[in-house]
Design a protein around this ligand. Sequence first.
Ligand SMILES: [Ca+2]
Ligand SMILES: [Ca+2]
Length: 203
Amino acid sequence: MGNSKSGALSKELLEDLKSNTKYNEAELCVWYQSFLKECPTGRITKEQFEGIYASFFPNADPTEYARHVFRSFDTNADGQLDFKEYIVALHLTSGGKTLQKLEWAFALYDVDGNGTISKNEIQEIVKSIFNMIPEEDQKDLPEDENTPDKRADKVWDFFGKKEDGKDCRREFIQGVMDNKDILRLIQYDEPQKIKDKLKEKKQ
Ligand SMILES: [Ca+2]
Ligand SMILES: [Ca+2]
């Protein structure tokens, strides 16, 4: 993307994003201008991304979760989010199709990217989600999901796994599709708040 600094979106990228997200050409152009204003280099670094999360969770610790979310959006694994990755992220966190969202959730949980999800990986993500729940709110959680371990166990049990089992992408997506309750347990809805904030900035 050699023209990322020229202020214009390449035709290929525009077509790509139009067909893979819900945004139309006019919206994408506006997003792009605001993206360049915020990130003149055309890239968001991991530190900037963590900073965005940190500013929204003053009473909690979103660092770990932000790191995992960043990894799941950094599809070419170069340590930065370019405009395409950023728009796909926005699209997924703000009402993309369920299947796309679940594919993203799988990528989030597959920490080492080996194509399966282990119990350790579930524990790691669930713990990072927990860190974002302020302590006073944790007290209001149901008894069987009020600690990271309990919640991770519940998710793991849902998939019917033995201690050393693994979950592949298809099983994971089908499992969550079949039980909406598990969707609530594996995700954190706060990105909506971040999206709204980013939108405000645009205006
Ligand atoms: Ca990248
Ligand atoms: Ca894995």
